[in-house]
Structures are given as structure tokens and as C-alpha cells.
Design a binder for this molecule. Structure first.
Ligand code: NDP
Length: 255
């Protein structure tokens, strides 16, 4: 592994990556990412939805593992904890989540899979490179206020994200393919609690890590999910005449 980048160059790369995230955010506000309910054939060749999820999420995990395993001597209990939490998320998203989807023969555009692979390659590299080259945590930080507050957010976010992914997946009985109005819990407030949970989760991760690579991961998560929640919300309103008027897209009472 070539570990030659100095911190300033690394930081500048992250700023550049975050600026690209800003542009993607603006683009996604105009054009909903064409997967799930927004899939259309006009975006070119398609791939099986579940396979697409596995291929697009795997690089985020593989890259982090590569960097961490080639720099094992640098890690301590604090950095291993952060690395494990990141991997915990990715094991679910790459292998468990796609197997649980009730999307039958549904497909997604290869283009979307390719773009998501790039997103995960870069994020996995930035976070992995950070741990391999620059992380200087002390074990005592595990009992510090910042870690504990971040961990609370992370666990809270994971709980919401898993719970509401689960509720959405189970809106369909086995074999069904259509959409229903989700009800109950946070659905009383927002259309996409799963997306809200994921943003809370990565906010917690950024607080625990307290470094720019994790902040850029959070920024990209917001750039992806905030417009997606707005698109879903608009889609619900267009497709269900009786959609609850008071419900917001992603932030209760606000947005
Ligand atoms: P969605 O909420 O669009 O869909 C989740 C699952 O539930 C899909 O299988 C979907 O089917 C099904 N579903 C959703 N709404 C309904 C409904 N009203 N009736 C019946 N079935 C429904 O989630 P996303 O695809 O946007 O994201 C999946 C996960 O990935 C989320 O946890 C999200 O937070 C995460 N994610 C994270 C990103 C990041 O940048 N960190 C980026 C993108 C996603 P179908 O696919 O057929 O629509």
C-alpha cells in the first residue's frame, strides 16, 4: 500500500469530494435517482435489484478492510471500535438487507449501480486511509463524552433505520410488488423515517470519529438521502389522493 499522502493533501481531497457531493445534491433535487419506485428503462441496461445492492455496497466494506488490515499495528481499541461499527453497518447493507427485500424480479439501472460503486469506493478509501495513516485515537476516548454522545446517536439511528426499512419491506406480502401508504410510529410525521435514521446514524459516526473523512461520509449521505426522501414524498402525494396532508418528507414538522 502506498501511504505517502500528507494530511494537507488528504484534507484537500476530502474538500473536493464534499464539493462534488454538493453538486450531486443539487442534481438529485432535480432528477430523482432512478432506482426503487423511480426506476425507468430510459437509464440504459438494468441489473437485478438485489444483486445491484450487493455489488454497489461491497466496495465500501472491502476498501476499509484493505486499508485497515494492511495497517493493523496502528489500531487500538478505540479505532477498532469505530471500524467495527462501520463494518457492522456495511455487513447489513451489503448482504442482509438485499436478501430481505421483497422486490421479486425488480431491476435497477447499471448506471446507478456504477455511480454507487464510485461513491462507496471513494468513501471506503477516504475512511480506510484515515484509519491507516492518520488516526491517533487514545483508548481513553472510549469513555469520553464525545464518543458516548456519538454512540448514542449512532445506535439510535441504526435502530430507526433498521426498524423502518423492516416496516417498509413488510408492507408487501410475499409475492406482492405494489406500494401502500405506510402508517404508524414515525410514519405519522414523515414519509421516510428509514432515511432519517440513516442520517442520524452517520451523524453519530461523525461525532465519534471527529474527523473530516467521516464528516464527508455524512455530507454524502445527506446529499443522497435528503433529495430521495423529498422525491419519495412527492411520489406518495402524486400516487395516493388520500396521503396524509400533515406528513412531512424527512424532518418532523419541518421538511
Ligand atoms: P426505500 O424506502 O425506497 O425502500 C426500502 C424498501 O421498502 C424497498 O424494498 C422498497 O421497494 C420497499 N418500499 C418502500 N416504500 C414502500 C411502500 N410504500 N410500499 C411497499 N414497499 C415499499 O429505501 P431506499 O431504496 O431509498 O434505501 C434503502 C436503504 O438504503 C435505506 O435504509 C437507506 O437509508 C439506505 N441508503 C443509504 C444511502 C447513503 O448514502 N448512505 C443511499 C441510499 C440508500 P422498492 O425497491 O420496490 O421501491
Amino acid at each position: 500500500m502506498i501511504l505517502t499522502m500528507n494530511y494537507e493533501t488528504f484534507q484537500n481531497l476530502i474538500y473536493l469530494w464534499m464539493a462534488i457531493g454538493g453538486l450531486v445534491f443539487l442534481l438529485l433535487l432535480k432528477i430523482p435517482a432512478p432506482y426503487g419506485r423511480h426506476t425507468t428503462a430510459k437509464w440504459g441496461p438494468l441489473i437485478n435489484n438485489k444483486l445491484g445492492w450487493v455489488f454497489m455496497e461491497a466496495p465500501g466494506m472491502i476498501l476499509l478492510l484493505y486499508f485497515v488490515l494492511t495497517s493493523i499495528s496502528r489500531q487500538n481499541a478505540m479505532s477498532w471500535t469505530l471500524i467495527s461499527l462501520y463494518l457492522f453497518h456495511y455487513v447489513n447493507r451489503t448482504f442482509i438487507f438485499p436478501m430481505r427485500l421483497r422486490t421479486r424480479a425488480k431491476k435497477m439501472p447499471l448506471l446507478i449501480m456504477g455511480l454507487a460503486i464510485i461513491f462507496n469506493l471513494v468513501n471506503g478509501t477516504l475512511i480506510g486511509y484515515f484509519f491507516a495513516r492518520f488516526a491517533q485515537y487514545t483508548v481513553n476516548e472510549l469513555i469520553g463524552a464525545r464518543f458516548i454522545i456519538g454512540a448514542i446517536f449512532f445506535i439510535w439511528g441504526v435502530y430507526i433505520n433498521w426498524d423502518y426499512d423492516n416496516r417498509l419491506i413488510h408492507l408487501r406480502r410475499p409475492g406482492e410488488t405494489g406500494y401502500k401508504i405506510p402508517e404508524g410510529g414515525l410514519f405519522g410525521y414523515v414519509s421516510c423515517p428509514n432515511h432519517l435514521g440513516e442520517i442520524i446514524e452517520w451523524t453519530g459516526f461523525a461525532i465519534m470519529c471527529w474527523n473530516l473523512a467521516a464528516v464527508s461520509f455524512l455530507a454524502w449521505t445527506i446529499a443522497n438521502l435528503l433529495p430521495r426522501a423529498l422525491s419519495h414524498h412527492k411520489w406518495y402525494r402524486q400516487h395516493f389522493k388520500n396521503y396524509p396532508a400533515e406528513r412531512k418528507a424527512i424532518i418532523p414538522y419541518i421538511l
